[in-house]
Ligand binder design. Structure first.
Ligand SMILES: Cc1cc2nc3c(=O)[nH]c(=O)nc-3n(C[C@H](O)[C@H](O)[C@H](O)COP(=O)(O)O)c2cc1C
Length: 294
């Protein structure tokens, strides 16, 4: 078997590692990695098997990971954790960040978590072993967008000094991605609105989550609008500037030495953790090996 490198192909038929025939909607890979997305099940296919067959031809090894956006256009995804969707004030800040990034040429998309079917993490750890969740819901679609993006905006209103249950549910489902540091190389930022308390805690937490995934963060904007609704207007302007900063950081591959050093330390912690659990967490161990990080 030889490793091959081809451009993206679409609508191929392939044989999955379980032996079933699958229609492969999109298929792309860099040397050594491959992944594909199945439209019928809306699942991002990930495997620790080392061989993928396409028609009669054996092609490549080690499907583990969505291939990063390598196109000329920057991609940013904004995630709004408010259940109020279009009525959400936080959404206005997420949208403003995306507008700022668009002004710098980015392609930007907003996702309301409240419009998705995303279930609680069951704590079963099957994703640690297999690289796939046992639940068939909208998490894979959202995760695919996050993986393909160059930048991620996390937005949540303050709910009892924390993020909303909707956003926390998504975050809990990313434990495997955190152990594997899957967003290394991406950039992010955070926005929130609140009556008046918990703003710095929630912004700090969302940026911490992005760092935990391996991404560096470029800033944050929060608005206390309980007693001063006009504070939102100021925050919208700040959020637009933050979007420009995000896009500039991506374009210039801006370095954030302090964060990168903290991310490296956390990465070392996860490397040791995954190594210590390599029999049970097979997907994670293979992932680290295939990245050449172990
Ligand atoms: C369940 C719940 C909990 C809240 N907890 C807090 C809080 O701890 N501190 C605060 O300042 N505001 C709190 N708020 C107010 C919201 O953060 C505020 O209204 C926010 O702007 C709503 O954003 P949204 O329109 O994007 O949903 C809470 C609101 C709700 C519904």
């Amino acid at each position: 078997m030889s490793a091959t490198c081809e451009p993206r192909a679409t609508n191929h038929f392939g044989t999955g590692p379980d032996g079933g025939t699958r229609r492969i909607f999109s298929f792309e890979f860099l040397i050594g990695t491959a992944s594909w997305f199945e439209p019928d099940t809306h699942r991002l296919f990930q495997t620790r098997d080392r061989c993928v067959r396409r028609t009669s031809e054996t092609i490549i090894i080690a499907a583990t990971h969505v291939v990063r956006n390598r196109g000329a256009t920057m991609k940013i995804v904004g995630i709004n954790g408010s259940p109020r969707r279009k009525k959400s004030q936080t959404r206005k800040l997420v949208e403003a960040v995306l507008d700022g990034a668009r002004q710098r040429g980015a392609e930007a998309e907003l996702v309301d978590i409240g419009a998705l079917d995303i279930r609680y993490c069951l704590g079963c750890q099957v994703c640690y072993a297999e690289g796939e969740c046992v639940q068939e819901d909208d998490l894979y679609d959202l995760w695919e967008k996050m993986m393909r993006a160059d930048g991620i905006v996390l937005g949540s209103p303050v709910y009892i000094n924390g993020v909303t249950a909707q956003l926390k549910t998504v975050i809990d489902r990313l434990a495997d991605a955190i152990h594997c540091q899957m967003l290394v190389g991406e950039y992010g930022c955070a926005v929130t609105t609140a009556g008046g308390s918990g703003i710095s805690e929630v912004l700090g937490y969302m940026n911490y989550v992005l760092n935990s995934l391996g991404a560096v963060t470029v800033g944050e904007v929060g608005a206390a609008i309980g007693r001063d609704p006009a504070a939102l207007d100021t925050a919208v302007t700040e959020a637009r500037n933050l979007g420009q900063t995000l896009a500039d950081a991506i374009q210039t591959k801006r370095r954030y030495d302090d964060q990168e050093s903290a991310i490296a330390d956390r990465g070392e912690f996860f490397r040791q953790l995954v190594k210590a659990n390599k029999e049970a967490w097979r997907h994670q161990y293979d992932f680290w090996m295939e990245k050449g990080w172990m």
